[in-house]
Ligand binder design. Structure first.
Ligand code: MLT
Length: 411
């Protein structure tokens, strides 16, 4: 008899963005004349920059030449890419990372989900609320949660840390002891972030409690305030307690190309059943080299080109393009009387839905009256109820039009 992983039966509905896609497809089918503007899922719209395309073309040609053809590469990533990552993403910010601490992969989403493979099922998990659904769902799949409570909208055995306007979007360290903590900064979905001092409190908490911080920095390139940290390792001692996830998806338009990396410091230790220290870098290396043959040579050459002077200039132009959209959304919504957050160091704008509506009711209203798609805050967790997310990743024309349409809506 084929027994299934029963934990999957404990998951709620479908993945948030699939539910939205289904609703939008239905609306579209019933209203074929309406032009829908999608500011829902955070998917990029700017094409990949010329310097990166050039590197990809060159790599394609190398693959077609017997002299330069490449078969399997190192599972952890080619040295040429790992070295650039170390130099440009970390050394430039005063952080010392060894290339052997970098693991190149096909996406931060996969890494955030897969990291649980090397951590015990009995670990207590803490997530901020609202949260990128992948952190929660992958832990439910693994069996780290209890059952879902429909009334509270929460899983038993998971610690939810509210991040709302009530606490200025600054998550407070839990009073109890937790083992695995997910932090995403700049935050998806709220678009807010933390100062180095605020982040240090989490590092201190993790040290005191022997916990691990799983730090998702997929949106770090959108930080504009010079004082804000881009990496958790800018906080002293963080290497002893944190794994960091980075992605080329949003920074270089790689959502359809797939490339990311995870940093697992050599000083970071977990504990076995007997309480002996075990290197998480070694465990992740073992897992990574067993379960994947890494990322294609062509894609890694493309990622490398992101770090060239021209590549950096070009990707920053795209980021500025999106940040201009974020300003258009933020200012337009403010003019229309909405309360808005985020959008300054992040491509996400988080707004309060009009009084008397739930997040999903506002989703329907926006779709029906303005033909604009966003993401309901409650889809990211119970503390997201009453909020709504719009992304700055659309085209400028669509963003301007979406805001004009929203302004005309009666609230
Ligand atoms: C989002 O919209 O939250 C992201 O696009 C999802 C992702 O990065 O997987």
């Amino acid at each position: 008899m084929i027994r299934i992983n029963d934990n999957y039966l404990n998951l709620q509905d479908s993945y948030l963005f699939s539910t939205i896609a289904k609703k939008v497809a239905e609306f579209s089918k019933n209203n074929p004349d309406k032009r829908i503007i999608k500011l829902g899922i955070g998917d990029v719209t700017r094409p990949i920059v010329p310097k990166v395309i050039e590197a990809m073309h060159k790599a394609v040609d190398e693959m077609g030449n017997p002299e330069t053809f490449k078969g399997y590469g190192p599972e952890q990533g080619y040295e040429f890419l790992r070295e650039k990552i170390v130099k440009y993403d970390f050394e430039s910010r005063g952080v010392n990372i060894d290339p052997e601490e970098i693991f190149v992969s096909d996406g931060a989403k996969s890494d955030c989900g897969n990291i649980g493979d090397i951590l015990d099922i009995g670990n207590k998990v803490a997530i901020t609320d609202p949260v990128y659904p992948v952190y929660l769902d992958t832990n439910v799949m693994a069996g780290r949660s209890g059952t879902y409570n429909k009334e509270t909208g929460m899983y038993e055995n998971i610690v939810y840390i509210p991040v709302t306007s009530k606490n200025n979007f600054i998550p407070e360290c839990p009073k109890e002891k937790v083992d695995m903590i997910y932090l995403c900064l700049p935050n998806n979905p709220t678009g807010t972030t933390l100062t180095k001092e605020e982040l240090k409190k989490w590092v201190d908490y993790a040290k005191e409690n022997n916990s691990i911080i799983l730090f998702d920095a997929a949106y770090e390139k959108f930080i504009h305030n010079d004082k804000l940290p881009h990496s958790i390792y800018e906080v002293e001692g963080a290497k002893e307690v944190a794994i960091e996830f980075r992605s080329f998806s949003k920074t270089a338009g790689f959502t359809g190309v797939r490339c990311a990396y995870t940093v697992v410091p050599k000083v970071l230790m977990g504990y076995d059943k007997q309480g002996n220290k075990v290197s998480l870098n070694k465990l992740w290396n073992r897992r990574h080299s067993t379960k994947t043959n890494g990322v294609s040579y062509i894609v890694q050459r493309a990622a490398e080109a992101v770090y060239s002077d021209e590549g950096q200039k070009q990707i920053m132009e795209n980021i500025e393009y999106y940040m201009e959209n974020a300003r258009i959304i933020k200012n337009g919504l403010k003019e229309a009387g909405y309360t808005v957050f985020g959008g300054e160091d992040s491509p996400y704008v988080w707004l309060k839905v009009p009084e008397g509506l739930t997040s999903w009711e506002f989703f329907d209203k926006l779709l029906e009256e303005a033909n604009v798609v966003g993401t309901p805050g409650s889809g990211f967790g119970p503390s997201g109820e009453g909020y709504f997310r719009l992304t700055a990743f659309g085209t400028k024309e669509n963003t301007v039009e979406a805001i004009e349409r929203i302004k005309k809506m009666k609230i």
